[in-house]
Design a protein around this ligand. Structure first.
Ligand SMILES: [Zn+2]
Length: 437
């Protein structure tokens, strides 16, 4: 691995911004540098200082006047749903049954899974995302294909084989025993290999029997540090069905609580329609509520209440949720998140947005010393952004005076075109991409 210095305008958050003008929450270097060696960041600071500090012989990648930030993090995404994006449906359950549960059956074919995994990583890199928490399908080979390709590309990824043993087509069902054994096998084979982690992934309460949720609990006991990812309280129809299936438990979050699946490594997609008790349980267990704005708007599920979660000190992350979501871009995602919160009468400042897609999501994954930051010792996963990449943005930039204004323009109008380069473990990964193979 080569050593190199990225030169440009460097921005990295050190804490969550408290409001729109909290300049203590980030470090910014106008003529800055990120020094990289062996896939890790070894220094960050002013260009002249960084040069003296480290790597006098390193190659300098001059990205001036662009903005250098930590690679974006997506905390909830389904790689097998690349060909589900933009499917026309009335609501979540119709969308699942009509499109998603049909499409996911194709991942029994390992060659199909391998091809889509490769295209998936191309797209993440194209949009500046360097880490994601990912759902595979029920088929263990879908996870094998995913981890094999992620490892080849040296990406930091979290993923799991979906566990589901009822209320879906026969071809997508496992059993409590097979889901346990397949997940255990994946954990032993892939967890901690390269930069990979395996997540225990019951799809949601609707598609798991009590027997399967007990097996999830056994896995969580066997692998106490493992991530657990699932969905909760996304749509009203889904919630009514969950209440029917588990009539003796107090609420939907109560299902995961009952089976010991909540904790600081638990990622709960959506969390829109929440009872007061459910919010308290998320806080008490340190579980993470994952806000998926493009998905929530597209499927018409509802408006996430960020302020209510913050008031209760619940940990919050943000994610695309492709294929319910409509963009791979964390910029597009936060733009829609901003609009959801506007409709709720809540503010989301540009500093808070860019914190959320970097350090904020890293904290939600308990990886804040490893990703989402440009501090020395972190993985060298970096994105380079150009707010003048398209003419309409370039002309607007003539009127932009502050860093916050630039960030807000990137979020409001940006997509993959503003991503000049994405570095994965210190290597340029976007430059070599072509079209869909
Ligand atoms: Zn999802």
């Amino acid at each position: 691995m080569s050593s190199k210095i990225l030169r440009g305008r460097v921005l990295t958050f050190v804490d969550e911004p408290q409001g729109a003008d909290d300049h203590s929450a980030y470090r910014y270097f106008e003529d800055g540098a990120v020094a990289i060696d062996g896939g890790k960041i070894v220094a960050v600071g002013d260009f002249n200082e960084a040069l003296k500090l480290a790597l006098p012989k390193a190659e300098v990648m001059d990205h001036r006047p662009h903005l250098i930030m930590p690679g974006f993090i997506d905390t909830h995404i389904h790689y097998p749903q690349m060909q589900v994006v933009g499917s026309y449906a009335k609501d979540l359950l119709e969308w699942l049954n009509t499109y998603t549960f049909v499409e996911e059956q194709r991942f029994a074919d390992e060659a199909h899974a391998a091809r889509i995994a490769s295209v998936f990583f191309d797209e993440l890199v194209r949009y500046g995302t360097t880490t994601a928490a990912v759902y595979c399908t029920v088929h263990p080979q879908s996870a094998e294909a995913f981890f094999t390709e992620a490892d080849r590309r040296k990406l930091r990824m979290i993923a799991g084989k979906v566990m589901m043993d009822r209320n879906a087509p026969e071809a997508l069902l496992d059993t409590p025993q097979s889901s346990y054994e397949d997940t255990k096998h994946l954990m032993e084979k892939w967890n901690g290999v390269g930069r990979l982690n395996v997540a225990i992934t019951p799809r949601f309460a609707l598609t798991s029997t009590p027997e399967q949720l007990e097996m999830c609990q056994d896995l969580a006991r066997l692998f106490p540090d493992a991530y657990i990812q699932t969905h909760v309280n996304e749509s009203l129809g889904e919630i009514a069905f969950a209440r029917e299936l588990f009539p003796n438990l107090p609420d939907y979050v109560g299902v995961y609580e009952h089976y010991g699946l909540l904790g600081p490594k638990t990622l709960l997609g959506h969390c829109i329609h929440m009872q007061e008790r459910e919010i308290e349980i998320l806080y008490e267990t340190g579980s993470v509520a994952v806000f998926c704005p493009t998905s929530n708007l597209f499927i018409g599920s509802g408006l996430f209440d960020r302020q209510r979660m913050r008031d209760a000190n619940v940990r919050i992350a943000v994610a695309t949720d492709i294929g319910g979501g409509t963009s791979y871009s964390m910029l597009r995602t936060l733009d829609e998140g901003y609009k959801v919160l506007q409709l709720r009468g809540q503010r989301l400042s540009p500093l808070e947005s860019f914190y959320m897609m970097t350090l904020g999501n890293a904290r939600a994954l308990s990886l804040e010393h490893t990703i989402g930051t440009l501090e020395a010792g972190a993985d060298a996963d970096v994105v380079v952004l150009d707010a003048r990449a398209v003419p309409a943005m370039a002309v607007k930039m003539e009127r932009v005076e502050t860093l916050s204004e630039e960030l807000f323009l990137l979020q409001t109008c940006g997509d993959d075109r503003v991503v000049v380069e994405t570095y994965v473990a210190g290597e340029a990964a976007k430059a070599g991409l072509s079209g869909v193979a």
